[in-house]
Design a protein around this ligand. Sequence first.
Ligand code: ATP
Ligand code: MG
Ligand code: MG
Length: 414
Amino acid sequence: SYRKGGYHAVRIGDSFAAGRYIAQRKLGWGHFSTVWLAYDTQSSKYVALKIQKSAEHFAQAALHEIEVLLSITNGDPSNSKCVVRLIDHFKHSGPNGQHLCMVLEFLGDSLLRLIRFRRYKGIELNKVREICKCVLIALDYLHRELGIIHTDLKPENILLLSTINPAKDPIRSALTPILKRPEASGLNGRSMSMVEKRLKSRARRASIGGEAEAPKLAKSMDGINLRCKVVDFGNACWADKPFADEIQTRQYRAPEVILGSGYSFPADMWSFACTAFELATGDMMFAPKGGKGFSEDEDHLALMMELLGKMPKKIAIGGARSKDYFDRHGDLKRIRRLKFRPLDRFLVDKYKFFENDAREFVGFLCPILDFAPEKRPTAQQCLQHPWLNVKSSHQKEMNVQSNVKVGMANLKIN
Ligand code: ATP
Ligand code: MG
Ligand code: MG
Protein backbone atom coordinates (compact mmCIF):
# COMPACT_ATOMS: atom_id res chain seq x y z
CA SER A 1 0.00 0.00 0.00
CA TYR A 2 2.99 2.33 0.24
CA ARG A 3 2.94 3.10 -3.48
CA LYS A 4 1.42 5.68 -5.82
CA GLY A 5 -2.14 6.36 -4.69
CA GLY A 6 -1.56 4.60 -1.37
CA TYR A 7 -0.30 5.50 2.11
CA HIS A 8 2.26 8.22 2.72
CA ALA A 9 5.38 6.84 4.41
CA VAL A 10 6.14 8.82 7.56
CA ARG A 11 9.33 8.88 9.60
CA ILE A 12 9.44 10.04 13.18
CA GLY A 13 10.34 13.72 13.16
CA ASP A 14 8.78 14.44 9.74
CA SER A 15 7.03 17.78 9.71
CA PHE A 16 3.69 18.70 8.16
CA ALA A 17 1.77 21.89 7.30
CA ALA A 18 4.89 24.04 6.91
CA GLY A 19 6.44 22.73 10.11
CA ARG A 20 3.42 23.08 12.39
CA TYR A 21 3.01 19.35 13.16
CA ILE A 22 5.84 16.92 13.94
CA ALA A 23 5.24 13.18 13.69
CA GLN A 24 6.02 11.30 16.90
CA ARG A 25 4.68 7.79 16.63
CA LYS A 26 2.20 5.70 14.68
CA LEU A 27 -1.11 5.35 16.54
CA GLY A 28 -2.96 3.11 14.16
CA TRP A 29 -4.13 2.61 10.62
CA GLY A 30 -7.16 1.64 8.65
CA HIS A 31 -8.21 0.96 5.08
CA PHE A 32 -7.95 4.61 4.22
CA SER A 33 -5.16 6.07 6.25
CA THR A 34 -2.37 5.89 8.77
CA VAL A 35 -2.82 7.84 12.00
CA TRP A 36 0.10 9.46 13.80
CA LEU A 37 0.66 11.04 17.15
CA ALA A 38 2.01 14.48 16.26
CA TYR A 39 3.19 17.47 18.23
CA ASP A 40 1.43 20.71 17.35
CA THR A 41 4.11 23.39 17.73
CA GLN A 42 1.47 26.13 17.52
CA SER A 43 -0.68 24.97 20.44
CA SER A 44 2.05 22.93 22.22
CA LYS A 45 -0.37 20.01 22.33
CA TYR A 46 -0.38 16.49 21.01
CA VAL A 47 -2.76 15.74 18.18
CA ALA A 48 -3.70 12.76 16.05
CA LEU A 49 -2.70 13.25 12.41
CA LYS A 50 -4.72 11.13 10.00
CA ILE A 51 -2.97 10.91 6.63
CA GLN A 52 -5.23 9.59 3.91
CA LYS A 53 -4.12 7.46 0.96
CA SER A 54 -3.69 9.67 -2.08
CA ALA A 55 -5.77 8.06 -4.86
CA GLU A 56 -8.78 10.05 -6.08
CA HIS A 57 -11.29 7.71 -4.41
CA PHE A 58 -9.58 8.11 -1.00
CA ALA A 59 -9.30 11.87 -1.44
CA GLN A 60 -13.07 12.01 -2.12
CA ALA A 61 -13.73 9.94 1.00
CA ALA A 62 -11.50 12.26 3.06
CA LEU A 63 -13.32 15.34 1.77
CA HIS A 64 -16.59 13.77 2.88
CA GLU A 65 -15.16 12.86 6.29
CA ILE A 66 -13.84 16.42 6.71
CA GLU A 67 -17.27 17.84 5.81
CA VAL A 68 -18.94 15.63 8.44
CA LEU A 69 -16.26 16.39 11.05
CA LEU A 70 -16.55 20.13 10.42
CA SER A 71 -20.28 20.13 11.11
CA ILE A 72 -19.72 17.94 14.18
CA THR A 73 -17.02 20.21 15.58
CA ASN A 74 -18.75 23.48 14.70
CA GLY A 75 -22.00 22.31 16.27
CA ASP A 76 -20.32 21.55 19.59
CA PRO A 77 -18.36 24.63 20.63
CA SER A 78 -18.41 23.61 24.29
CA ASN A 79 -16.89 20.18 23.51
CA SER A 80 -19.47 18.33 25.56
CA LYS A 81 -20.99 15.95 23.00
CA CYS A 82 -18.58 13.01 23.24
CA VAL A 83 -17.49 13.16 19.60
CA VAL A 84 -13.95 13.59 18.29
CA ARG A 85 -12.96 17.14 17.27
CA LEU A 86 -11.38 18.21 14.00
CA ILE A 87 -8.64 20.74 14.70
CA ASP A 88 -7.27 21.37 11.23
CA HIS A 89 -6.98 19.87 7.76
CA PHE A 90 -4.54 20.35 4.88
CA LYS A 91 -2.92 18.68 1.88
CA HIS A 92 0.49 17.09 2.00
CA SER A 93 2.48 16.17 -1.11
CA GLY A 94 4.78 13.16 -1.02
CA PRO A 95 6.32 10.59 -3.35
CA ASN A 96 3.01 8.67 -3.54
CA GLY A 97 0.90 11.70 -4.43
CA GLN A 98 -1.12 14.34 -2.64
CA HIS A 99 -2.63 13.24 0.69
CA LEU A 100 -5.48 14.89 2.51
CA CYS A 101 -4.64 15.13 6.20
CA MET A 102 -6.97 15.56 9.15
CA VAL A 103 -5.73 16.86 12.47
CA LEU A 104 -7.90 15.40 15.23
CA GLU A 105 -7.81 15.77 18.96
CA PHE A 106 -5.58 13.05 20.40
CA LEU A 107 -7.54 10.37 22.23
CA GLY A 108 -6.62 7.19 24.09
CA ASP A 109 -7.26 3.49 23.70
CA SER A 110 -10.31 2.10 21.96
CA LEU A 111 -12.98 0.15 23.83
CA LEU A 112 -11.82 -2.89 21.89
CA ARG A 113 -8.45 -2.58 23.61
CA LEU A 114 -10.25 -2.14 26.92
CA ILE A 115 -12.18 -5.36 26.29
CA ARG A 116 -8.95 -7.19 25.40
CA PHE A 117 -7.22 -5.68 28.39
CA ARG A 118 -9.90 -7.25 30.58
CA ARG A 119 -9.14 -10.53 28.83
CA TYR A 120 -12.62 -10.72 27.29
CA LYS A 121 -14.20 -11.14 30.74
CA GLY A 122 -16.35 -8.06 30.42
CA ILE A 123 -16.23 -4.69 32.11
CA GLU A 124 -17.90 -3.97 35.42
CA LEU A 125 -21.52 -2.83 34.89
CA ASN A 126 -21.04 0.55 36.52
CA LYS A 127 -18.33 1.34 33.99
CA VAL A 128 -20.47 0.02 31.14
CA ARG A 129 -23.13 2.47 32.29
CA GLU A 130 -20.70 5.39 32.15
CA ILE A 131 -19.51 4.44 28.68
CA CYS A 132 -23.13 4.00 27.52
CA LYS A 133 -23.99 7.51 28.72
CA CYS A 134 -21.12 9.02 26.69
CA VAL A 135 -22.03 7.09 23.55
CA LEU A 136 -25.70 8.01 23.91
CA ILE A 137 -24.83 11.69 24.32
CA ALA A 138 -22.83 11.41 21.08
CA LEU A 139 -25.63 9.57 19.24
CA ASP A 140 -28.30 11.98 20.46
CA TYR A 141 -26.18 14.87 19.19
CA LEU A 142 -25.49 13.25 15.82
CA HIS A 143 -29.06 12.09 15.25
CA ARG A 144 -31.22 14.83 16.67
CA GLU A 145 -29.09 17.93 16.22
CA LEU A 146 -27.16 17.11 13.05
CA GLY A 147 -29.21 14.43 11.27
CA ILE A 148 -26.11 12.26 10.87
CA ILE A 149 -26.06 8.43 11.00
CA HIS A 150 -22.66 7.10 12.07
CA THR A 151 -23.23 3.70 10.37
CA ASP A 152 -20.15 2.02 11.88
CA LEU A 153 -20.54 2.15 15.63
CA LYS A 154 -18.50 -0.57 17.41
CA PRO A 155 -15.97 -0.80 20.25
CA GLU A 156 -13.06 -0.06 17.89
CA ASN A 157 -14.60 3.29 16.96
CA ILE A 158 -15.12 4.51 20.51
CA LEU A 159 -11.95 5.87 22.09
CA LEU A 160 -11.27 6.53 25.76
CA LEU A 161 -9.95 9.89 26.81
CA SER A 162 -7.13 8.14 28.64
CA THR A 163 -4.72 5.27 28.16
CA ILE A 164 -5.34 2.02 30.01
CA ASN A 165 -1.75 0.96 30.47
CA PRO A 166 0.76 3.71 31.31
CA ALA A 167 3.62 1.42 30.27
CA LYS A 168 2.21 1.56 26.74
CA ASP A 169 1.35 5.25 26.79
CA PRO A 170 1.96 6.52 23.25
CA ILE A 171 3.26 9.89 24.41
CA ARG A 172 5.86 8.33 26.68
CA SER A 173 6.98 5.75 24.17
CA ALA A 174 7.10 8.41 21.47
CA LEU A 175 9.28 10.70 23.51
CA THR A 176 11.87 8.19 24.63
CA PRO A 177 13.57 7.83 21.23
CA ILE A 178 13.28 11.54 20.53
CA LEU A 179 15.08 12.46 23.70
CA LYS A 180 17.82 10.03 22.84
CA ARG A 181 18.30 11.61 19.42
CA PRO A 182 17.19 15.24 19.74
CA GLU A 183 18.85 16.21 16.46
CA ALA A 184 16.52 13.79 14.63
CA SER A 185 13.38 15.09 16.28
CA GLY A 186 13.05 18.24 14.19
CA LEU A 187 11.94 20.08 17.33
CA ASN A 188 13.33 23.47 18.15
CA GLY A 189 14.83 24.27 21.54
CA ARG A 190 11.64 25.63 23.03
CA SER A 191 9.50 22.65 22.11
CA MET A 192 12.24 20.35 23.34
CA SER A 193 12.04 21.69 26.85
CA MET A 194 8.24 21.35 26.75
CA VAL A 195 8.66 17.81 25.63
CA GLU A 196 11.17 17.09 28.34
CA LYS A 197 8.91 18.54 31.00
CA ARG A 198 6.02 16.38 29.83
CA LEU A 199 8.18 13.31 29.74
CA LYS A 200 9.30 13.92 33.30
CA SER A 201 5.82 14.47 34.66
CA ARG A 202 4.59 11.40 32.77
CA ALA A 203 7.46 9.36 34.15
CA ARG A 204 6.64 10.56 37.64
CA ARG A 205 3.02 9.58 37.24
CA ALA A 206 4.02 6.21 35.84
CA SER A 207 6.32 5.56 38.78
CA ILE A 208 3.44 6.24 41.16
CA GLY A 209 1.27 3.79 39.26
CA GLY A 210 4.26 1.52 38.73
CA GLU A 211 4.92 -0.42 35.53
CA ALA A 212 2.78 -3.13 37.00
CA GLU A 213 1.20 -6.19 35.41
CA ALA A 214 -2.04 -5.74 33.54
CA PRO A 215 -4.41 -7.03 36.25
CA LYS A 216 -2.97 -4.65 38.82
CA LEU A 217 -3.42 -1.71 36.55
CA ALA A 218 -6.93 -2.85 35.76
CA LYS A 219 -7.67 -2.80 39.46
CA SER A 220 -6.16 0.66 39.87
CA MET A 221 -8.67 1.84 37.24
CA ASP A 222 -11.53 1.21 39.65
CA GLY A 223 -13.25 4.43 40.52
CA ILE A 224 -11.91 6.23 37.45
CA ASN A 225 -14.65 7.97 35.57
CA LEU A 226 -14.43 6.46 32.20
CA ARG A 227 -15.05 9.06 29.54
CA CYS A 228 -14.98 8.30 25.84
CA LYS A 229 -15.67 9.75 22.41
CA VAL A 230 -17.04 8.42 19.17
CA VAL A 231 -14.59 8.50 16.21
CA ASP A 232 -14.22 7.42 12.55
CA PHE A 233 -16.78 9.37 10.56
CA GLY A 234 -15.52 8.04 7.23
CA ASN A 235 -18.77 6.13 6.65
CA ALA A 236 -21.15 8.55 8.33
CA CYS A 237 -23.95 10.02 6.25
CA TRP A 238 -26.80 12.48 6.52
CA ALA A 239 -30.02 10.56 7.04
CA ASP A 240 -31.66 12.25 4.07
CA LYS A 241 -28.74 11.28 1.79
CA PRO A 242 -27.83 7.66 2.53
CA PHE A 243 -25.27 6.50 -0.05
CA ALA A 244 -24.69 2.80 0.64
CA ASP A 245 -27.10 -0.13 0.87
CA GLU A 246 -24.81 -2.23 2.98
CA ILE A 247 -23.61 -0.38 6.04
CA GLN A 248 -22.09 -1.34 9.40
CA THR A 249 -19.51 -3.92 10.42
CA ARG A 250 -21.03 -7.41 10.24
CA GLN A 251 -21.50 -8.17 13.96
CA TYR A 252 -23.08 -4.76 14.66
CA ARG A 253 -25.33 -4.77 11.58
CA ALA A 254 -29.04 -4.14 12.13
CA PRO A 255 -31.67 -6.57 10.80
CA GLU A 256 -33.22 -3.95 8.50
CA VAL A 257 -29.85 -3.57 6.77
CA ILE A 258 -29.55 -7.32 6.19
CA LEU A 259 -33.13 -7.47 4.94
CA GLY A 260 -32.77 -4.44 2.66
CA SER A 261 -35.69 -2.63 4.31
CA GLY A 262 -34.05 0.79 4.42
CA TYR A 263 -32.31 2.26 7.44
CA SER A 264 -31.95 5.41 9.48
CA PHE A 265 -30.87 6.45 12.99
CA PRO A 266 -32.25 3.27 14.63
CA ALA A 267 -29.51 1.27 12.84
CA ASP A 268 -26.96 3.09 15.02
CA MET A 269 -29.05 2.24 18.09
CA TRP A 270 -28.86 -1.46 17.22
CA SER A 271 -25.04 -1.25 16.97
CA PHE A 272 -25.03 0.62 20.26
CA ALA A 273 -26.91 -2.20 22.02
CA CYS A 274 -24.54 -4.82 20.54
CA THR A 275 -21.61 -2.74 21.80
CA ALA A 276 -23.09 -2.43 25.31
CA PHE A 277 -23.60 -6.20 25.48
CA GLU A 278 -20.01 -6.79 24.37
CA LEU A 279 -18.64 -4.40 26.98
CA ALA A 280 -20.58 -6.14 29.74
CA THR A 281 -19.77 -9.72 28.70
CA GLY A 282 -16.52 -9.50 26.71
CA ASP A 283 -18.18 -11.45 23.88
CA MET A 284 -19.70 -10.14 20.68
CA MET A 285 -23.47 -10.33 20.89
CA PHE A 286 -23.76 -11.85 17.42
CA ALA A 287 -20.84 -13.53 15.70
CA PRO A 288 -22.43 -15.16 12.66
CA LYS A 289 -20.68 -17.69 10.44
CA GLY A 290 -21.75 -19.18 7.16
CA GLY A 291 -22.08 -22.96 7.11
CA LYS A 292 -23.14 -25.88 4.96
CA GLY A 293 -26.25 -24.78 3.13
CA PHE A 294 -26.70 -21.40 4.81
CA SER A 295 -25.06 -18.00 4.50
CA GLU A 296 -23.56 -15.68 7.09
CA ASP A 297 -26.62 -13.45 6.75
CA GLU A 298 -28.96 -16.34 7.53
CA ASP A 299 -26.91 -17.43 10.53
CA HIS A 300 -26.99 -13.81 11.71
CA LEU A 301 -30.79 -13.65 11.50
CA ALA A 302 -31.05 -17.01 13.29
CA LEU A 303 -28.77 -15.84 16.12
CA MET A 304 -30.86 -12.69 16.53
CA MET A 305 -34.08 -14.68 16.82
CA GLU A 306 -32.58 -17.20 19.24
CA LEU A 307 -31.74 -14.40 21.66
CA LEU A 308 -34.57 -11.95 20.97
CA GLY A 309 -37.46 -14.14 19.92
CA LYS A 310 -39.05 -14.78 16.55
CA MET A 311 -39.05 -11.90 14.09
CA PRO A 312 -42.62 -10.71 13.34
CA LYS A 313 -43.67 -12.05 9.94
CA LYS A 314 -44.43 -8.60 8.55
CA ILE A 315 -40.86 -7.49 9.20
CA ALA A 316 -39.27 -10.76 8.11
CA ILE A 317 -40.90 -10.74 4.67
CA GLY A 318 -40.97 -6.97 4.21
CA GLY A 319 -37.45 -6.28 2.91
CA ALA A 320 -36.04 -6.18 -0.61
CA ARG A 321 -33.87 -9.19 0.25
CA SER A 322 -36.36 -11.05 2.48
CA LYS A 323 -36.94 -13.73 -0.17
CA ASP A 324 -33.28 -14.75 0.08
CA TYR A 325 -33.80 -15.79 3.70
CA PHE A 326 -37.45 -16.28 4.61
CA ASP A 327 -40.31 -18.32 3.19
CA ARG A 328 -43.76 -16.77 2.84
CA HIS A 329 -44.69 -17.80 6.40
CA GLY A 330 -41.79 -15.79 7.76
CA ASP A 331 -39.67 -18.82 8.68
CA LEU A 332 -36.02 -19.07 7.75
CA LYS A 333 -35.70 -21.19 4.63
CA ARG A 334 -32.50 -23.03 5.46
CA ILE A 335 -32.15 -22.91 9.24
CA ARG A 336 -35.22 -24.69 10.54
CA ARG A 337 -34.52 -25.37 14.18
CA LEU A 338 -33.79 -22.43 16.46
CA LYS A 339 -32.57 -22.74 20.05
CA PHE A 340 -34.38 -19.95 21.82
CA ARG A 341 -32.71 -18.66 24.97
CA PRO A 342 -34.00 -15.46 26.60
CA LEU A 343 -31.35 -12.81 27.06
CA ASP A 344 -31.63 -12.51 30.85
CA ARG A 345 -31.22 -16.32 31.35
CA PHE A 346 -28.30 -16.21 28.94
CA LEU A 347 -26.58 -13.50 31.01
CA VAL A 348 -27.12 -15.41 34.25
CA ASP A 349 -26.24 -18.89 32.96
CA LYS A 350 -23.35 -18.09 30.64
CA TYR A 351 -21.92 -14.89 32.09
CA LYS A 352 -22.77 -15.42 35.76
CA PHE A 353 -24.66 -12.14 36.13
CA PHE A 354 -26.59 -11.59 39.34
CA GLU A 355 -30.31 -12.09 38.62
CA ASN A 356 -31.06 -8.45 39.42
CA ASP A 357 -28.25 -7.10 37.25
CA ALA A 358 -29.34 -9.28 34.34
CA ARG A 359 -32.99 -8.20 34.63
CA GLU A 360 -32.13 -4.51 34.85
CA PHE A 361 -29.58 -4.64 32.02
CA VAL A 362 -31.99 -6.54 29.75
CA GLY A 363 -34.69 -3.99 30.61
CA PHE A 364 -32.40 -1.38 29.12
CA LEU A 365 -31.12 -3.39 26.13
CA CYS A 366 -34.17 -5.25 24.84
CA PRO A 367 -36.23 -2.28 23.63
CA ILE A 368 -33.20 -1.09 21.62
CA LEU A 369 -33.02 -4.51 20.00
CA ASP A 370 -36.57 -4.36 18.67
CA PHE A 371 -36.75 -5.88 15.17
CA ALA A 372 -38.96 -2.95 14.16
CA PRO A 373 -36.54 0.00 13.81
CA GLU A 374 -39.29 2.59 14.38
CA LYS A 375 -40.12 1.02 17.75
CA ARG A 376 -36.56 1.31 19.09
CA PRO A 377 -36.08 4.12 21.60
CA THR A 378 -34.04 7.09 20.39
CA ALA A 379 -30.73 8.00 22.01
CA GLN A 380 -32.54 10.81 23.79
CA GLN A 381 -35.11 8.38 25.22
CA CYS A 382 -32.38 5.93 26.24
CA LEU A 383 -30.65 8.68 28.21
CA GLN A 384 -33.78 8.83 30.40
CA HIS A 385 -33.72 5.11 31.16
CA PRO A 386 -33.47 4.30 34.88
CA TRP A 387 -30.76 1.67 34.24
CA LEU A 388 -28.30 4.47 33.51
CA ASN A 389 -28.87 5.87 36.95
CA VAL A 390 -28.92 2.84 39.23
CA LYS A 391 -26.02 0.94 40.65
CA SER A 392 -25.79 -2.77 40.00
CA SER A 393 -26.57 -5.00 42.96
CA HIS A 394 -23.09 -6.44 42.68
CA GLN A 395 -21.73 -2.96 43.16
CA LYS A 396 -24.10 -2.33 46.04
CA GLU A 397 -22.66 -5.33 47.83
CA MET A 398 -19.12 -4.20 47.15
CA ASN A 399 -19.96 -0.76 48.51
CA VAL A 400 -21.32 -2.17 51.71
CA GLN A 401 -18.13 -4.14 52.16
CA SER A 402 -15.55 -1.55 51.26
CA ASN A 403 -17.38 1.75 51.24
CA VAL A 404 -16.01 2.73 47.83
CA LYS A 405 -17.16 6.01 46.37
CA VAL A 406 -18.21 4.75 42.96
CA GLY A 407 -21.48 6.61 43.04
CA MET A 408 -19.79 9.99 42.80
CA ALA A 409 -18.07 8.97 39.59
CA ASN A 410 -21.47 8.05 38.16
CA LEU A 411 -23.00 11.39 38.99
CA LYS A 412 -20.35 13.44 37.24
CA ILE A 413 -21.11 12.28 33.71
CA ASN A 414 -22.93 15.25 32.14
P1 ATP B 1 -11.19 2.36 8.87
O1 ATP B 1 -10.72 1.28 7.93
O2 ATP B 1 -11.53 1.82 10.24
O3 ATP B 1 -12.26 3.25 8.32
P2 ATP B 1 -9.51 4.71 8.80
O4 ATP B 1 -8.38 4.69 7.80
O5 ATP B 1 -10.70 5.56 8.48
O6 ATP B 1 -9.90 3.23 9.11
P3 ATP B 1 -9.54 5.44 11.59
O7 ATP B 1 -10.41 4.30 11.95
O8 ATP B 1 -10.10 6.82 11.69
O9 ATP B 1 -8.87 5.19 10.16
O10 ATP B 1 -8.22 5.40 12.49
C1 ATP B 1 -7.36 4.28 12.50
C2 ATP B 1 -6.86 4.03 13.90
O11 ATP B 1 -6.07 5.13 14.36
C3 ATP B 1 -7.95 3.89 14.96
O12 ATP B 1 -8.44 2.57 15.02
C4 ATP B 1 -7.22 4.31 16.23
O13 ATP B 1 -6.43 3.25 16.72
C5 ATP B 1 -6.29 5.40 15.73
N1 ATP B 1 -6.90 6.72 15.89
C6 ATP B 1 -7.78 7.30 15.06
N2 ATP B 1 -8.16 8.52 15.51
C7 ATP B 1 -7.49 8.72 16.65
C8 ATP B 1 -7.45 9.80 17.62
N3 ATP B 1 -8.18 10.90 17.46
N4 ATP B 1 -6.65 9.65 18.70
C9 ATP B 1 -5.93 8.51 18.87
N5 ATP B 1 -5.92 7.48 18.01
C10 ATP B 1 -6.68 7.57 16.92
MG1 MG C 1 -11.83 2.73 12.16
MG1 MG D 1 -12.75 5.22 8.52
